[in-house]
Design a protein around this ligand. Structure first.
Ligand code: SF4
Length: 131
């Protein structure tokens, strides 16, 4: 882990339980780290969320995505544009970036690269047909 990644880890681990995925989407998720979801879903919740809003894998834990949706609507001081980002379709996590600094990858644009064949919903043929 490089120096910048180490600094990021020291800051973000205690606050958001950051798992150092290297492609941060906290601004999309009401400042809730999706990598703490046992399924590491970047879009959620899955179909297994319990009636009480808890996780099907870890019943003692509130679903990360239920929390993210709640926070994206109700967290004070969250910029409006970040609240709206909750509805974005996030690409699959790129595990090659695990352990990297997401700050560094945001500056270089590496965190925006998507796997071959992945097309954002806004560019998919159906989306173009509806436009
Ligand atoms: S960098 Fe990745 S693991 Fe860390 S808080 Fe952001 S989304 Fe979560």
């Amino acid at each position: 882990m490089g120096l910048i990644a180490a600094i990021e880890h020291v800051i973000k681990k205690p606050i958001w339980d950051c798992q150092m995925c290297g492609q941060c989407v906290l601004h999309d998720t009401g400042m809730t780290c999706p990598m703490t979801c046992p399924k590491t879903l970047r879009n959620g919740p899955c179909g297994g969320v319990r009636e009480d809003g808890h996780c099907e894998v870890k019943p003692e834990m509130r679903c990360v995505w239920v929390k993210a949706e709640d926070r994206s609507r109700n967290m004070p001081l969250l910029p409006t544009v970040w609240r709206e980002h909750f509805n974005n379709l996030r690409p699959p996590v790129d595990n090659r970036l695990k352990g990297d600094s997401s700050w560094k990858n945001a500056i270089s644009g590496r965190d925006k690269e998507t796997p071959p064949g992945w097309t954002p919903a806004t560019e998919a043929p159906e989306a173009e047909a509806k436009a």
